[in-house]
Design a protein around this ligand. Structure first.
Ligand code: NAD
Length: 489
């Protein structure tokens, strides 16, 4: 990385404040976690790199089809032999124990997450890891109260769950998947994304430390073909997938006609709607949090800003002023707001879609910022004069790129917000509660935030409509996905 810290044009100069990585005990190579033990995978090994520096962090062996089968068998044995027979309160105790160990090892988990993913330590430390622990605490509490969840007097688990997650929130997505599955009495085989395998393996150590019975949680690594072998394994009862709409569609086709219960959490292109009576300064913070949090690698990111025409100029100039104060750079620096793009592939996609935005006539702007020489970086970017037909208004960019559109009337705002094949989230900024309720009820989005954005809580269900997938994770609703004979609400 360049020796001088990246600077913003406006604002204070900060001295570097790097979080030490000494707390992380990185091994040169990692394998799989099957039946309570770390074993080598028989598939080709791959390297996990730091997206901020391109430093190789570790070599990781992938699971081939035989490894996938071994993991599924281990999960089945654990399901039949121990986990489904355990008194629910005992299951809860394991989950509470895991939650407490996550808290105890939170700094280690956060540093490794930032190293492997590229996200700022401020976010992994203050958002990802605390929310991860909160999910385990929350579902630990449900383990012995399933009879009161509204799914009948004696709800039963499904069996073995295959869980495939993306790279944008490796630990948090793991918690969203594993905590409700285990609380409901299922066992799991989870595959992390190929660019961020390391923290799931650290979580495997947490499972060992908690004395979780062998086979209840299994973690296998590898790319798409490992994921496919897992979800297509015949002895799977449940598939929980978070990732792209394209892969979700393939999985839905392969699972059709089988007994496998399926939840899909897919992409998004959320509208963040600013009405003329909104508190503008607060809204600008919400816009920034909506699209630049986690480098915009957020399925529910507020990537389409819809601003009422009469305040568009004010919002645009405040937003530009605010962007000039964002600090882009070393993810382990405690002052960093925007970290590295997770991979070279993702960077190429963001660059390509941004170039298309310019070609189609939208106006591109980024604050002056000094990007590090090595690693994968993209500056916070705003496109104005965007029309709903532009690719940057339709396609999920999954990066720190905001497309700004305007509207005149509430009806136009609703029509534009719903003009997308996705339906994951939306935001409304207005001083009037009645307007917020009226607009929210007309938006086809699974989550609608009012005068805030990107707020998550384990007790709150999350999921999409249309091409954003189906099923809900989180809250009481999230249990339905892991219980037999329960239709999802
Ligand atoms: P991706 O679909 O390429 O990969 C996701 C995971 O699926 C990875 O672990 C990958 O190895 C695996 N995979 C790839 N092909 C597979 C196959 N044929 N069968 C089984 N598994 C396969 O997505 P990505 O690029 O890693 O993640 C970004 C996408 O995830 C974005 O579209 C984003 O919106 C979405 N996402 C959605 C949510 C949500 O809750 N709705 C949350 C986070 C990310």
């Amino acid at each position: 990385m360049s020796s001088s810290p990246p600077t913003a044009a406006v604002g204070f100069e900060y001295a570097p404040a790097p979080e030490s990585r000494a707390i992380v005990d990185l091994r040169a190579s990692y394998g799989l976690f099957i039946n309570g033990e770390f074993v080598d995978g028989q598939g080709p090994s791959f390297k996990s790199i730091s997206p901020a520096t391109e430093e190789v962090l570790a070599e990781v062996s992938a699971a081939d089809a035989a490894d996938v089968d071994t993991a599924v068998r281990a999960a089945r044995r654990a399901y039949n032999g121990t986990w489904s027979r355990l008194a629910p309160a005992e299951r809860g105790k394991y989950l509470f124990r895991i939650a407490r160990i996550i808290q105890e090892r939170s700094r280690e988990l956060a540093v490794l997450e930032s190293l492997d993913n590229g996200k700022p330590i401020r976010e992994s430390r203050d958002v990802d890891v605390p929310l991860m622990a909160a999910h385990f605490f929350y579902y630990a509490g449900w383990a012995d109260k399933l009879a009161y969840a509204g799914y009948g007097p004696d709800p039963k688990p499904l069996g073995v769950a295959a869980q495939v997650i993306p790279w944008n929130f490796p630990l948090l997505m793991l918690a969203w998947k594993i905590a409700p599955a285990l609380a409901a009495g299922n066992t799991v085989v989870l595959k992390p994304a190929e660019t961020t395998p390391l923290t799931a393996l650290l979580f495997a150590e947490v499972c060992q430390q908690a004395d979780l019975p062998p086979g209840v949680v299994n973690i296998i690594n590898g790319a798409g073909n490992t994921g496919r072998a897992l979800v297509e394994h015949p002895d799977i009862d449940k598939i929980a997938f978070t990732g792209s709409t394209e892969v979700g569609r393939q999985i839905a086709i392969s699972a059709a006609g089988t007994r496998k219960k399926l939840t899909l959490e897919l992409g998004g292109k959320a509208a963040n709607i600013i009405f003329d009576d909104a508190p503008i300064d607060q809204a600008v913070e919400g816009i920034v949090n909506g699209i630049f949090f986690n480098q915009g690698h957020v399925c529910c990111a507020g990537s389409r800003l819809l601003v009422q025409e009469s305040v568009a100029e004010e919002v645009n100039s405040s937003l530009r002023r605010r962007l000039k104060t964002l600090r882009v750079g070393d993810p382990l620096d405690k002052n960093t707001d925007v970290g590295a793009i997770n991979s070279a592939e993702q960077l190429a996609r963001i660059r390509e879609l941004s170039a298309i935005g310019e070609e189609e006539g939208a106006v591109r702007w980024s604050p002056p910022c000094d990007l590090p020489d090595r690693g994968f970086w993209f500056p916070p970017t705003i496109f104005t004069e965007v029309s709903p037909a532009h690719r940057i208004a339709r396609d999920e960019i999954f990066g720190p790129v905001l497309s700004v559109l305007t509207f005149r009337t509430p009806d136009e705002a609703v029509a534009k917000a719903n003009n997308t094949p996705y339906g994951l989230s939306a935001g409304i900024w207005s001083d009037k509660g009645s307007r917020i309720l009226a607009i929210a009820s007309r938006l086809r989005a699974g989550v609608v935030w009012a005068n805030t954005f990107n707020r998550f809580d384990p007790s709150s269900p999350f999921g999409g409509y249309k091409e954003s997938g189906y099923g809900r994770e989180g809250g009481r609703h999230g249990l339905a996905a892991y219980l037999a004979g329960v239709e999802e609400e």
